[in-house]
Design a protein around this ligand. Structure first.
Ligand code: ZN
Length: 211
């Protein structure tokens, strides 16, 4: 896909996420890997009103070379895309249910209490959802913390902040972010009900079959 096609797709998918409530105000940001660098949503921009020509462009060393100034959370995308060279895009949202899950007190604060409810969560997001400890917005310490879990996980939650998820393509990263949000919503909806979780065998079978 050409850079211009990716810019158009970023505008279209950002608008779609915004219109369906996955992002409000100027929350959330998206990055895409190019042959010669990266595209990134601009700082203080709304995913619902992106302009293809104003999308930030960074070179391979993350220097800003075109468009508006990039999101202040650029380091979060850098941590994911450098640690996971197989991925082509990263989506970060403050979507309601995944963010709610990032605020829960749990026995193991490093792991989100996400039950294995549907095969689609396992296929698109993965077996486990690590939680990176809370950092003040802009604190560079967050980057190292993300790097420490990103090599083994496509998706993670930033504590008291929101989800970060990578995908091989822009479209698959957006699909995975939606799947993660809906899975978190299911987990809250079912919280007081007995549920049949997928077994270890079911999960292994899914991961072997669908990678
Ligand atoms: Zn954020």
């Amino acid at each position: 896909m050409s850079e211009n096609e990716l810019r158009e797709m970023l505008v279209m998918l950002g608008k779609s996420l915004f219109e369906r409530g996955y992002s409000v105000g100027t929350a959330g940001n998206i990055s895409v890997r190019l042959d010669d660098g990266f595209l990134m949503t601009p700082t203080n921009s709304s995913l619902g009103r992106l302009d293809a020509d104003s999308i930030s462009k960074l070179d391979r060393n993350w220097n800003h070379i075109g468009g508006d100034k990039p999101t202040k959370e650029v380091f979060l995308h850098r941590a994911m895309l450098e640690t996971r060279p197989q991925e082509g895009a990263v989506v970060h949202l403050h979507s309601t249910y995944a963010t709610a899950m990032s605020c829960l007190t749990t026995q193991d604060q490093r792991q989100a209490p996400m039950p294995a409810l549907t095969p689609y969560f396992i296929m698109r997001v993965g077996r486990a959802l690590p939680v990176v400890p809370y950092f003040r917005p802009g604190d560079p310490g967050m980057e190292e913390s993300i790097r420490s879990v990103a090599s083994t996980h496509r998706a993670l939650l930033l504590a008291n902040h929101g989800p970060v998820i990578a995908g091989a393509t822009l479209e698959s990263a957006v699909n995975a972010a939606e799947e993660l949000e809906e899975s978190a919503r299911l987990a809250f909806v079912l919280k007081d009900h007995p549920v049949n979780e997928l077994s270890e065998d079911d999960i292994n079978d899914l991961l072997e079959t669908f990678g």
